[in-house]
Design a protein around this ligand. Structure first.
Ligand code: TRP
Length: 338
C-alpha cells in the first residue's frame, strides 16, 4: 500500500513539439524543472495530438517529437525521476478527450482567446480540433489527477476551463477528478532577442535566437553581432530602460556565471562592448556545450530514447487507465468483459 502521508503531489505539463529549445527556454524555465521532481511526482509529455490542430509535416513532427524529448532530458529532466512520454502513445488521452468534449460547452470553447488567435492565423484551416483543443488538454491533466499544472500567461484560460469541467463532472457523478491548481513556476531570467532586445527571444527570429543545439562558432557569431545600445558610451552598465541590449547580455551572463550585475560591471570596467560581447558568448558556449553533447549522444542512440518513452508511456498508462475506467463507469458505459 502506498503511504498516503508521504505521497508526492502530482505535477503535469504538456509540451508542443514545435521547435528546438533555445537559451530563453533554458534559462527562463527548463533549467529550474529538474529540481521539481524532488517535491512532485512529475509528468511531461510531447503533445503531438495537440500539434496536429495546425497542419504539420509528418516527417518533421515525428523527428521533432523525439528530438525535443532528447533536448529536455539533456537540460536536466531525468527520465528516472520524471515520467516522460509521447501523448499519442497513451491512448487514454484521446479517449478521455472525447468524453470531456461532451462536458465542455460550445460557449466556453468560443471564449478561448487562443482559439481566436489561432483561427485568425490559420484562416484556411479552422478545424474542429482547434476548437476542442481545451477539452483534450483537460483530459491530459485530469487523467493523472494532477494537483498542479505549471502555466504561463497563454495557458491560464485553458487551466481555468479544466477546473470548470472537472467540477462540473464531479457535481454530476460524484468525486472523480482532482481539481488542479495552476502552479506559478519560479521564473528564471527573462531572455530577450539578441537582435531586438525589446522582444522576447524567439525561434521565429533566428539571428537573435541562440538554440541549445547551435554550434559554438554560431553562438560566438550571434553574440558578436548582438545589439548593445545606440549611444556611444561603450560602457557595461545595467540600465534596462536606456540600454536594453546591454541589460539583456548582462542578464544572460549573470544567469550562466552566477555573478551579480555589480560584479559584472566591475569585471568589464573600462573594457567596453568589444570585450564584453565575446565574453558572454564564451560563457554561453561553455554552459550549452554539455547539453548539446548530451543531446547529440542521445539522438545517435535511438534505442535509448525509445526505451525512455516506452517506459514513460507504460508508467503513464497505468495511472491514466484507472481514471478512465472510473469515468466510463460513471457515465454509464457497459463494463468491458475482456
Ligand atoms: N497547450 C499547451 C501549450 O500549447 C500544451 C499542453 C497540452 C499542455 N496539454 C497540456 C500544457 C496539459 C499543460 C497541461 O503550451
Amino acid at each position: 500500500m502506498e503511504n498516503i502521508t508521504t505521497k508526492k503531489k502530482v505535477m503535469l505539463s504538456g509540451i508542443q513539439p514545435s521547435g528546438d529549445l533555445h537559451l530563453g527556454n533554458y534559462l527562463g524555465a527548463v533549467k529550474n524543472w529538474s529540481v521539481l521532481a524532488e517535491e512532485f511526482d512529475c509528468y511531461y509529455f510531447m503533445a503531438d495530438l495537440h500539434s496536429i490542430t495546425v497542419r504539420q509535416n509528418p516527417a518533421e513532427l515525428r523527428r521533432r517529437s523525439v528530438s525535443q524529448l532528447a533536448q529536455y532530458i539533456a537540460c536536466g529532466l531525468d527520465p528516472e525521476q520524471n515520467t516522460l512520454f509521447i501523448q499519442s502513445h497513451v491512448h487514454e488521452h484521446a479517449e478521455l478527450g472525447w468524453i470531456l468534449n461532451c462536458y465542455t460547452m460550445f460557449g466556453e470553447l468560443s471564449r478561448m482567446t487562443q482559439f481566436k488567435d489561432k483561427s485568425n492565423k490559420n484562416a484556411e484551416n479552422i478545424n474542429g480540433g482547434l476548437f476542442t483543443y481545451p477539452a483534450l488538454m483537460a483530459a491530459d491533466i485530469l487523467l493523472y489527477q494532477a494537483d498542479f499544472v505549471p502555466v504561463g500567461e497563454d495557458q491560464k484560460q485553458h487551466c481555468e476551463l479544466t477546473r470548470d469541467v472537472a467540477i462540473r463532472f464531479n457535481n454530476l457523478y460524484g468525486d472523480t477528478f482532482k481539481v488542479p491548481e495552476p502552479y506559478i513556476p519560479q521564473v528564471g531570467a527573462r531572455i530577450m532577442s539578441l537582435g531586438t532586445p525589446t522582444a522576447k527571444m524567439s525561434k521565429s527570429d533566428p539571428q537573435g535566437c541562440v538554440f541549445i543545439l547551435d554550434k559554438p562558432e554560431d553562438i560566438a557569431r550571434k553574440f558578436k553581432r548582438a545589439v548593445t545600445d545606440s549611444d556611444t558610451e561603450n560602457c557595461v552598465r545595467y540600465a534596462p530602460a536606456e540600454k536594453p541590449g546591454v541589460a539583456n547580455l548582462m542578464s544572460i551572463y549573470s544567469a550562466v556565471t552566477g555573478r551579480s550585475f555589480a560584479e559584472i560591471e566591475r569585471e568589464f570596467d573600462g573594457k567596453g562592448y568589444g570585450a564584453f560581447k565575446p565574453a558572454v558568448g564564451e560563457a554561453v558556449i561553455e554552459t550549452l556545450r554539455p547539453i548539446r553533447e548530451e543531446s547529440e549522444r542521445m539522438l545517435a542512440d535511438k534505442a535509448y530514447l525509445q526505451q525512455v518513452y516506452t517506459n514513460g508511456a507504460q508508467r503513464a498508462s497505468a495511472v491514466a487507465r484507472r481514471t478512465l475506467r472510473k469515468v466510463y463507469k460513471r457515465v454509464g458505459f457497459v463494463e468491458k468483459p475482456f
